[in-house]
Structures are given as structure tokens and as C-alpha cells.
Design a protein around this ligand. Structure first.
Ligand SMILES: [Mg+2]
Length: 422
């Protein structure tokens, strides 16, 4: 626990006890002077631009913005009036349900706009057609797909990678953690699988699942979590960095009980101990436990990230590039976290090339966590990359350094896609 966190908890406990309200300060209470100052500093961070507009002296007017489809694979292609082109690969798992949002509520907004204003365009399209009423991954996944295509185009114009467009390059090589997503099997079988997976990537960190996923404390087989936490530590030893993810399995009391076991076995972070929108309970758990609490993969709101950071309800922030609406919004979260000494370890939605967007983002943040999520490389899409093998070498993956996304998608493969109409 860092000094800032200890000080803040002390302040909150005193104020809460005086009001007879326990450790959690309800959001409706008047804000303390300390909290007001924190919000003011975070608002200043939010006002700072992310996209480096100065790289583009001439306007980049968007001519066409298209959604292309081949069965359940979706691409976004953007072209400028000057002949530049950018392409992105959607989160197909979500886009197969959400493509109508893309073509009816977002696509019509962009033609004729200057791509250099991307940051303002994202704010404006949020209000366009009252899209803010849809704030969640229903809106953010299609919008992130558009943002990635526009950034790819701007990268190709300027010769800069996606990371260079939104920050300085801090991490050209990224250490990955091996994620195991299994539940509903015994602790013993889970361990066998994790040993095999870690053996393949040689990762120096791993993450495993606890609880039953949004299950109000139920899990199957019963007692799996209590058995698995010690077993993982015993199997991999003290040097292995070990993360545990509950996916909102618990109520606050049960989350704290399980968190105590994690502390005993020195688990390095505890992800989503309670459902993600149980904000007060998230803070309650984080205040009580020493194990750092991580979260944010489901969070759709920049303003709520501001709350989570100012109130020290999370020690590690995990925006998802797709679920949170792109790299510019995610960079604002990383910057707010950095100001309060918190790490950013973005979540990846394991579909398409989600890991590539995540890696470019991580390349550009100074407060990246030591290890980042790895769910396997995409072996299905036909593309080439000349600046990285995109393989795990002793648990390290190199971020592509070419312009834009840094890969070339096979032209014949793109041609097979059909234009999606609204
Ligand atoms: Mg998770």
C-alpha cells in the first residue's frame, strides 16, 4: 500500500466514523476539500489533448468510412480525400451483434470531417443522435473500430506507429502474463493446464480465475478457489508473479474473505472482486485488503474512472481498448492513474487483433504494469508484419514499429469482404 493510499484511507475512516457510516463514503456526501483538489487535478489532466495534431500541417478530410464484412469478420476502412487509407480489424465477437450501431448511428457522422480533430469528433459523436444513451460496449466497440482505422490512416500519413500518435514510446517490448480462463473444473486439473500453458510461452507471470463469474458467491466445484490459490503459489514458487481474477464473483464480505487467502499466498493483484458497477463495495474491499485491487475492463465511463481513481477504489486500472471506446479515451484513464501512482494494465478482449491494439497502447504509457495479458496470437487472419515476429520470446513480445498498426492485411482477403449498408 503506498503512502497516498494509506493517508486517504485514514481520512475516509475518520470522516466516516464521525458520521457513523463506516469505512465507505457514499457518493452523495459533500466532497471533502482533499477530494475536491483531487478532482480538480484530474480534470486538468482530462483537458490535455492526447492525439499529436502537430504532426499534420494539412487537413485530412475523411472521404469515406466503410464497414466491410466476410461472414463474422468485420473490417473498417477509411479513406481521405487526399488518397490516404487506414484499416482496422473489429472485435468480431461483439461486432456480429453491434454492426447496426456502426452503420446507423456512427458511420454517417464522419465523412467530410477533418481526421486531425479525432479527439473532438469522438466527443461529438457521443452526443450525435443521442448516442450517449447507449454508453457501454454497444457504443464503444463500433466507435473504437472507427478510431483504430482513423489512427491507422494518420499513422500511415505521418510514418508514426499508433503509440507514437498518442504518446512517447516507453515500452517497445512487452512482458506478457499467461492467462488461464477456466472455471468449473477441479483445482488439480486447472493446475495441469496452467503448467502446460506457461511452459509454452515461458511467461514469468500468470493469471487464473477464482469464484464463479458474477455468481453471488456460488462456485463449482465447491471449494475450488480455496484449494487453487495455495496450489498455484506452491506449484510456481515465490518468484512467479501471480494474478487472480474473480470476474465479479463475490459480495464484499466474501471478496474480503477470499482476498485474505490471496494475501497469505502473496497474490500480486486481485481483479474485479465484486461486480464492476458495485463502486462502493469495490472501494470497501480495496480499503480493507493489502492485495492491490485491479479493475475497469467493463467500465464504460470516463467520469466513473475519475471517481475510482480519486477515491482510491482501484490500485490498478484496466481499460479495454475496444470496450472503452479506443486509445484516446484509454490514454486519459492511464494519465489519471499515473498522477496518483497507479499502474495501467489494459484488458484485452480476445478476438481478432485485440492484442495488437493493446500492445500499441501499452507501448505509449509510462505507468504500464510489469506484465500484460496474453490469450494467444491470431493464427487465422492473413497478414504480414516486418517489424516483429509477434511471438513470445521467453515471455516477451515486441510491439510492431511500422506506421499505423504496423501490419499489412492481405489485399485479396480484404477484397472478399462485402460492404455493409445501413
Ligand atoms: Mg478480467
Amino acid at each position: 500500500m503506498n503512502r497516498t493510499r494509506r493517508q486517504f484511507i485514514g481520512t475516509t475512516l475518520t470522516a466516516g466514523a464521525a458520521a457513523g457510516l463506516g469505512a465507505v463514503m457514499p457518493q452523495c456526501m459533500p466532497k471533502s476539500e482533499g477530494l475536491k483538489k483531487k478532482y480538480a487535478s484530474l480534470d486538468e489532466i482530462l483537458r490535455k489533448p492526447v492525439l499529436k495534431k502537430e504532426l499534420f500541417p494539412e487537413p485530412v478530410i475523411i472521404d469515406t468510412l466503410e464497414l466491410l464484412r466476410l461472414e463474422n469478420t468485420f473490417l473498417c476502412r477509411v479513406r481521405s480525400r487526399g488518397g490516404a487509407e487506414g484499416i482496422s480489424i473489429a472485435n468480431n465477437e461483439q461486432m456480429k451483434s453491434l454492426w447496426p450501431v456502426f452503420v446507423t448511428r456512427l458511420q454517417p457522422f464522419f465523412p467530410g470531417k477533418d481526421a486531425r480533430d479525432l479527439e473532438k469528433l469522438i466527443d461529438a459523436v457521443y452526443v450525435y443522435k443521442s448516442n450517449y444513451k447507449m454508453q457501454n460496449l454497444a457504443l464503444w466497440v463500433p466507435l473504437a473500430t472507427i478510431e483504430f482505422a482513423i489512427l491507422d490512416m494518420l499513422g500511415k500519413i505521418s510514418g508514426k506507429s499508433l503509440g507514437q500518435l498518442i504518446g512517447e514510446i516507453h515500452n517497445q517490448n512487452i512482458a506478457v502474463y499467461q492467462a488461464n480462463g477456466e472455471r468449473d473444473i477441479t483445482a488439480e486439473v486447472t493446475i495441469e493446464h496452467i503448467i502446460k500453458e506457461v511452459g509454452e510461452t515461458k511467461a514469468k507471470a500468470l493469471k487464473f480465475k477464482v469464484g464463479g463469474r458474477m455468481s453471488n458467491n456460488f462456485e463449482s466445484p465447491a471449494g475450488r478457489t480455496e484449494k487453487l490459490i495455495p496450489l498455484v503459489r506452491k506449484t510456481f514458487g515465490d518468484k512467479m508473479v501471480i494474478y487472480a481474477d474473480s470476474n465479479g464473483s463475490y459480495t464484499a464480505d466474501e471478496a474480503i474473505r477470499i482476498g485474505r487467502i490471496m494475501e497469505e499466498y502473496k497474490i500480486d493483484f486481485y481483479e474485479e472482486p465484486v461486480p464492476f458497477d458495485w463502486y462502493e463495495e469495490t472501494k470497501e474491499v480495496a480499503d480493507v485488503l493489502k492485495v492491490p485491487v485491479a479493475g475497469g475492463e467493463q467500465e464504460p465511463s470516463l467520469h466513473m474512472f475519475r471517481w475510482l481513481i480519486a477515491n482510491d477504489a482501484l490500485q490498478i486500472v484496466q481499460p479495454d481498448m475496444f470496450y472503452f471506446g479506443g486509445m484516446i479515451r484509454s490514454m486519459k484513464v492511464a494519465r489519471m492513474a499515473e498522477a496518483y501512482g497507479k499502474a495501467c494494465t489494459p484488458h484485452i478482449s480476445g478476438s481478432g487483433l485485440g492484442y495488437l491494439y493493446m500492445m500499441h497502447f501499452v507501448s505509449a504509457i509510462p505507468n504500464a504494469g510489469p506484465y500484460h495479458e496474453f490469450k494467444g496470437f491470431n493464427e487465422e487472419l492473413p497478414f504480414t508484419c516486418t517489424t516483429s515476429t509477434l511471438s513470445s520470446n521467453d515471455g516477451i513480445v515486441k510491439v510492431p514499429s511500422g506506421p499505423g498498426l504496423g501490419i499489412t492485411l492481405d489485399a485479396d482477403y480484404i477484397k472478399k469482404h462485402i460492404l455493409v449498408k445501413g
